[in-house]
Design a protein around this ligand. Structure first.
Ligand SMILES: NC(=O)c1ccc[n+]([C@@H]2O[C@H](COP(=O)([O-])OP(=O)(O)OC[C@H]3O[C@@H](n4cnc5c(N)ncnc54)[C@H](OP(=O)(O)O)[C@@H]3O)[C@@H](O)[C@H]2O)c1
Length: 314
C-alpha cells in the first residue's frame, strides 16, 4: 500500500513517499481504508525519536496517531462494526499508522464517525477530543457551576475542552493569544485572558478545575490557583515532575492529576454523541494532503495553530 513513511528518526526530511506491506489483520481488528488523520505535537516528537525510551518503532514506520476511514474487512472476532462502516480511532503512540492507505484498528479503539462529520475532517478528532473529554469526565469531573480554567484554550485539546466544560455547565476562563480571543468566546468561554499581556498566575480568582495544555508551567504554580478540593490536570508535564506531584498530593486537598489519554472507543463514542448533538464543533486550521506532511508537521512544530491541522489521505 502507499504510505508516507519514515526509515529513521529525524527532521522533516525523513518523510518518504513509498510502498509498505499492508497491515496484517488480527481477529479483533478491522482493516480500514484511511481518509483522514492529523498532526499532533506528539506525532512530531515520535518522528524525532524523543519518545524512543517509551516507544521503539519498527522501521520503516508509518506515523499518525489518529485515523478516520471506512471499514473494508473485519476480523473474525469483531462484533460491533461491519464492512462499509465509517469509523475513527486514536491509535496511541505505540501503534500509529494514520499516514498510510490502510490501517488495522482494534475494535475496542474505534467509534462510528458522526453523520454530521466529513470523513476526512473526522481524522482530527480522536486524540485531542478524547483528551479533553477524559479530563473533564474522569480525572476532574466537571459539574454545573464549577469554575474551570483552560490554559492553551485555542489549540487542539483546548478547543474541545472549552466546549465540553461549557456543555457540563461550567463557567470557563480561557487563556489564549489575543488573535484567538474571539474564537474562544464563540466556543463558549466566559472570561478571556490574553497570555501575552496578562500572566494568569497573578490572578486572584480561584478555580475548581484547571486544564493546562502548555509545557513549562510548573504544577506548583497552578496549584495556588485552585480552590480547596480543586484539581489541576497536567497533560503536557515532564515525567520528572511525577514523584514531586505524588508527594505534594499527599499533603494537600488541592490535587494535581497527570494523565496520558488512552485508546478507548467507548470514550470516543461518548464524545461522538456530543458532536452529533452539535454541542461540540471541530476547529480546523487547515487540512493538508498527506504528500505535504513535512509542511504540516513543520506548522505544528512552529506553533500558532488554531484548533487542529488535518491530513487528507487522498
Ligand atoms: N497527556 C496527554 O494525553 C496529551 C494528549 C494530547 C496532547 N498532549 C500534550 O498537550 C499539549 C497541548 O496539546 P495540543 O494538541 O492542544 O497543542 P497545541 O494545538 O499546540 O495547543 C497549545 C496551545 O497553547 C497555546 N499557548 C502557547 N503558549 C501559551 C502560554 N504561555 N499561555 C497560554 N497558552 C499558550 C498556543 O497558542 P498560540 O499558538 O496561539 O500561541 C496553542 O493554542 C502538547 O504538549 C501535547 O503534546 C498531551
Amino acid at each position: 500500500m502507499k504510505a508516507m513513511l519514515i526509515r529513521k528518526y529525524g527532521d522533516l526530511d525523513v518523510f518518504e513517499w513509498g510502498e509498505v506491506d499492508p497491515p496484517i489483520l488480527k481477529e479483533d481488528e478491522m482493516l480500514v481504508k484511511v481518509y483522514g488523520s492529523s498532526v499532533n505535537p506528539v506525532d512530531a516528537s515520535i518522528r524525532k525519536g524523543y519518545l524512543k525510551s517509551f516507544v521503539r518503532l519498527k522501521l520503516p514506520a508509518v506515523l499518525g496517531v489518529d485515523a478516520s476511514g471506512e471499514v473494508v474487512k473485519v476480523g473474525k472476532a469483531v462484533r460491533k462494526f461491519s464492512v462499509g462502516d465509517k469509523v475513527y480511532a486514536f491509535m496511541g503512540i505505540s501503534n500509529n499508522g494514520g499516514y498510510g492507505e490502510f490501517i488495522s484498528i482494534p475494535e475496542t479503539f474505534a467509534a462510528k464517525v458522526p453523520d454530521n462529520l466529513d470523513l476526512t475532517e473526522a481524522g482530527v478528532v480522536p486524540g485531542v477530543g478524547m483528551t479533553a473529554y477524559e479530563a473533564f469526565t474522569v480525572h476532574a469531573p466537571v459539574r454545573k457551576g464549577m469554575k474551570v480554567l483552560i490554559i492553551g484554550a485555542t489549540g487542539g485539546v483546548g478547543t474541545y475542552a472549552i466546549q465540553i466544560a461549557k456543555h457540563l455547565g461550567a463557567e470557563v476562563t480561557a487563556v489564549c493569544s489575543s488573535e484567538k480571543i474571539n474564537l474562544a468566546r464563540q466556543l463558549g468561554a466566559d472570561q478571556l485572558v490574553d497570555y501575552r499581556s496578562e500572566n494568569i498566575l497573578n490572578t486572584n480568582e480561584r478555580y475548581d478545575v484547571i486544564l493546562n495544555c502548555v509545557r513549562g508551567i510548573g504544577f506548583g504554580k497552578l496549584k495556588r490557583l485552585l480552590k480547596p478540593g480543586g484539581k489541576s490536570i497536567v497533560i503536557a508535564g515532564s515525567p520528572l515532575e511525577l514523584p514531586l506531584i505524588k508527594l505534594s498530593n499527599l499533603f494537600s486537598s488541592k490535587k494535581t492529576v497527570p494523565f496520558f489519554v488512552k485508546t478507548d472507543g467507548a470514550v470516543l463514542e461518548n464524545l461522538s454523541q456530543l458532536i452529533r448533538a452539535c454541542h461540540v464543533k471541530l476547529v480546523i486550521d487547515r487540512i493538508y494532503s498527506w504528500k505535504d506532511l513535512p509542511e504540516a508537521h513543520a506548522r505544528v512544530e512552529k506553533g500558532g495553530i488554531t484548533g487542529k491541522i488535518g491530513i487528507a489521505i487522498d
